[in-house]
Structure formats: structure tokens, C-alpha cells
Design a binder for this molecule. Structure first.
Ligand SMILES: Nc1ncnc2c1ncn2[C@@H]1O[C@H](COP(=O)(O)OP(=O)(O)O)[C@@H](O)[C@H]1O
Ligand SMILES: [Mg+2]
Length: 341
């Protein structure tokens, strides 16, 4: 994806009743700002600004878009707007809350409740850098992803798919509850004739059907990404990309190493979510939640399991470290790059 090279809006700018405080993030498709509304509430404002199509020079407000890129920019803008409108109907504690939408500077802005915290990706990387073993506990995975699944279920109930679930798009509030961010990919369901807005799926987290033109997407597509995100929490790197798995699937070896650290029941559910064949996966988030609950019920309390897993961790440190080292050339670079895990 093209790197973000657009100038952000200036700090202190008043725009449609909001005052921009500062840029908090930027990617290839948008810039996110911290701002305040008229009552002094903190909001996060996401500005649609795909850098492959629109260029904004420092000191300017509206971007310059070449006539050749204008039709694609407009289709993307409409999709961004419609996606936000659909999201605005969802009020759920585990889904980012969209408060408003406005047009300005020849583009569109989505206003969200500002959440203070950090992404699951940052959380994992910090723990990895501190050398925490296990990287995250089984209890953390079960509890946090249990809440993520509530959010995803709500999204599916509203006839939307997320399509870009990954640790970078799961945000942890300060109290540890997760919220789903960044429904950017969902609007790409119209993607077939949008070559410049297209590839935006993240290798490792994207289901195999996303690599296939006109494949049938459904809840199982997001379920693959949930499984991939759980895997990434355990390992500190994404799973093998789905297109590579089609020809030379190495996931069995990785799962085998995790068996010493996490319960076979949890691993079984993740394996199920990560099946290449969409029909072989849980078909609904409800089915996935049910499997996790049933598998948990079949075992003693998680607290005991965590104690057990801590003990075995030291024994398998060599194995686990080996995976980390092996991945150093490929995956470790990926996880240091803020956008990939
Ligand atoms: N509602 C929000 N509250 C606080 N920070 C947010 C919010 N939405 C986005 N961010 C910040 O902006 C980053 C990028 O947001 P995201 O929606 O994932 O956009 P992108 O399309 O650039 O990936 C997030 O990782 C987070 O740090
Ligand atoms: Mg994102």
C-alpha cells in the first residue's frame, strides 16, 4: 500500500463544530485526529484521504485529485460514507461508536467517540519486547476474544462484514475491554472495479476466499481472521498467509508447538476457525462462541490451566524461541511494522 504522504489538517483547526487537537494516526486510506466537540468531549475524527488517489500539500485543506483518479476517489468516498452510516446504527460496547459524519474539504469525515487505550497489536508487541512468557495467557485470550466475538456478532446481525479483523484493528480500552475499529475493508465489498482502492487485506489475517475473485464471503470470512488474531496473540506473529497455505501448509507444525503452552481445546477451536475451506469453519460467530464455551467447560478452571501453562512454558522455551528466531527474517519484520500484526 502507498505510504501516507499527505499533510494532516493543522492543529487547532475548527471544522464543522469540532476543534482538531492533533493527528493520532495515519495510514494509506485515512488520517485519524483527536478533536473536541462543542461541549468539550473528546472525539476521534477519521478523514477519508486515500494517498494513492489524493494529495494534500502542507498548508492546504482540500486535496488535489487528478481527473483520472476522481471517479475512483468518489466511489471510495461514497462507500466510506455509506459504511459509516451503517456503522452509526450499531450501538454496542465492543464496537467503536460512530457519532457523526460530515463533508468538508471535498472529502468526508467520520466522528467517533474517542477511546483511550492501545491496540491489541501494541499490547502484544510490548509484552513480546519485555520477554513475557506466555506472550498472553489463555485466560486473557478467552476473555478478550469472547468480547470481540460479541462485537463481531453484532456487526453480522447488522448485515455487515468487517473483513479486516486483526490485532491492529482491535483496540483495548484502559480497562482492558476490546472494541472493533476500522471497518475500512467492509466498504470494499464493491471492490471488483476499484483497482486502486483494492488490495488492503493483511496477509496472514485475510481468509483464503479474499484472494479469490467473486468468492462468497460471509461470517466465516471474519471467523478466519478471529482465529488468525488469536494465533497471533499466542505466537507474536501472524499465521502463514492463506495463499501460501494452499500450496504448502505449515500451520500444523506451529500448532504442535503451541500445544505445550495452551490447552488442546483452545487450539482445536483456533484450528477450526483457520480451516482453508470456508465450509469447514464455524459458520457463525455463535457457533464459534459455543465451541469455546463447551471446550472450556470440559476442562478445569482457566486459572489452574494458566498455572500449568506457566510451568510447561519454561520447558518449551527453546521450541517457542525457535519459532521466533525462524520468523525473524519474515514475520518479525512484519510485526515491528505497525500495520501488520
Ligand atoms: N475512536 C478512536 N479512539 C481513539 N483512537 C482511535 C479511534 N479510532 C482510531 N484510532 C486510532 O487511529 C488508529 C488507526 O485507526 P483505524 O481506524 O484502524 O484506521 P486505519 O485505516 O488507518 O488503519 C488506531 O490504531 C488508533 O490508534
Ligand atoms: Mg486500522
Amino acid at each position: 500500500m502507498t505510504a501516507q504522504n499527505n499533510a494532516p489538517l493543522p492543529d487547532g483547526l475548527e471544522i464543522s463544530g469540532y476543534r482538531i487537537v492533533k493527528k493520532i494516526a495515519s495510514g494509506g486510506f485515512s488520517i485519524v485526529y483527536l478533536a473536541y466537540d462543542e461541549d468539550g468531549n473528546a472525539v476521534a475524527i477519521k478523514e477519508y484521504l486515500p494517498s494513492a488517489l489524493a494529495l494534500r500539500e502542507p498548508g492546504e485543506l482540500a486535496p488535489t485529485i487528478s481527473p483520472e483518479n476522481l471517479p475512483t476517489f468518489r466511489i471510495g468516498l461514497k462507500c466510506f460514507f455509506e459504511e459509516g452510516r451503517a456503522l452509526a446504527r450499531i450501538a454496542h460496547p465492543n464496537v467503536v461508536s460512530v457519532l457523526n459524519f460530515f463533508r468538508a474539504n471535498e472529502t468526508v469525515y467520520m466522528v467517533m467517540a474517542y477511546e483511550s487505550g492501545r491496540s491489541l497489536q501494541e499490547h502484544i508487541l510490548r509484552r513480546r519486547d519485555k520477554g513475557e512468557k506466555p506472550l498472553v495467557s489463555e485466560q486473557f485470550i478467552r476473555k478478550m476474544f469472547g468480547q470481540v466475538m460479541h462485537g463481531v456478532r453484532e456487526v453480522h446481525t447488522n448485515k455487515l462484514l468487517h473483513l479486516d479483523l486483526k490485532p491492529a484493528n482491535i483496540y483495548l480500552r484502559v480497562d482492558g475491554t476490546p472494541i472493533l475499529l476500522d471497518f475500512g475493508a467492509a466498504r470494499q465489498t464493491l471492490k471488483s472495479d476499484l483497482p486502486k482502492l483494492y488490495p488492503m487485506y493483511t496477509p496472514g489475517f485475510a481468509a483464503p476466499e479474499l484472494y479469490v475473485k467473486n468468492a462468497v464471503l460471509g461470517p466465516w470470512t471474519d471467523i478466519y481472521s478471529i482465529g488468525a488474531s488469536m494465533f497471533a496473540c499466542m505466537v507474536g506473529a501472524p499465521p502463514q498467509p492463506a495463499d501460501q497455505r494452499n500450496t504448502n501448509d505449515k500451520m500444523d507444525t506451529h500448532f504442535a508447538k503451541l500445544e505445550a503452552i495452551y490447552t488442546p481445546e483452545l487450539i482445536k477451536v483456533i484450528r477450526w476457525s483457520l480451516m482453508i475451506d470456508p465450509l469447514a469453519r464455524p459458520q457463525s460467530v455463535f457457533a464459534l462462541q459455543k465451541a469455546l464455551r463447551e471446550e472450556a467447560a470440559a476442562r478445569p478452571a482457566d486459572a489452574v490451566l494458566d498455572k500449568v501453562s506457566r510451568k510447561v512454558t519454561s520447558k518449551v522455551r527453546g521450541l517457542f524461541g525457535g519459532f521466533g528466531r525462524r520468523s525473524a527474517g519474515h514475520a518479525a519484520t512484519t510485526i515491528q511494522d505497525g500495520n501488520t500484526i
